[in-house]
Design a protein around this ligand. Sequence first.
Ligand code: ZN
Length: 351
Amino acid sequence: MLRIRAQFVHPVTAPPISDGAVLVDERGRIAAVGPNGAVPTPDGAVRREFLAAALVPGLVNCHTHLELTHFAGRNSERDFSRWIRTVRALKDATTPEEFVRSAERGAASMEELRRALDRLRPFASSCLRLGVSPHAPYTVSEPLYRAVADFARREALPLAVHLAESREESELVRDGSGPFAEALRARGVPVTAHRCSPVEYLVQLGVVQRGTACLCIHCVQADQRDVAQLRDAGASIAHCPRSNRAHAHGTAPLAAFRRAGLSVGLGTDSVLSVGDSSLLAEAAAAGLEGDDALRMLTLEGARALGLEDEIGSLEVGKQADLAVLPSTILHRPPPPSTALLTLVAGRVVHG
Ligand SMILES: [Zn+2]
């Protein structure tokens, strides 16, 4: 067992506690949380004390590309469609054999998806859930979107889609024009003008639909009508303000999402877009601070991923996913290295 005492404990679902403590049991779950004097110290429990620090639920990153981490600093393209092409070029250059394999996979992609899920299922746990992610309207065809959405529904898997990110994407979907349309036509791929927004397009295809958990990443190019459609479909949002800014996509309507009652979490996207994976910097870029920032980085993020019964707040019975941060961090810009201690499902992974 592990007993952690801190100057402040932020359960998020209850008011902050001065001089608080959390007890983690052998299963990696929270056994007690409260004022230091009220949390037991069982025989043999390991004690950690942080008397100038804040104990918070583990921060939830709703969207990141860990597979691109080794490309940090390798793409300086400013124009988004050229940036995407450079990412593809970097990926292809890493392993030339992979290019052939991925072409073969493209030809039999649904079959490959089924096989990949069968291969990954044994690794699924309360900490690691599987889902499917048809990338974006400029890389996924209409039949493939329908097939993946049907598959996700049948298998009860959550979906994640990059949606309404750039103006170029809107141009492609609405008018069948712009740089994405030109690039597709140059490769012999037919392009159709759908005469609707990207959000409406995925609603029509049944990808964004009530009854299927769908995380919509970016959603910068979303107007009032789109926000209402996302709400009606029960979709959630991964808000990536620094990536959106880096690619000059504009600003996602965060206030409108929250007013509509959509679940919104923050995502760092890839280091190729923003240079690091700091969620605290995302919160600052979203204009959030203090308790509001903490709530979006923890409980609201967990809700956006459908994990709020397991993580996102310090409550008895939940997984002991938590972090100890310098106590001023929620009110000041973060120093480069911040966490003093990090636990995932009760396991110390840092500190
Ligand atoms: Zn992404």
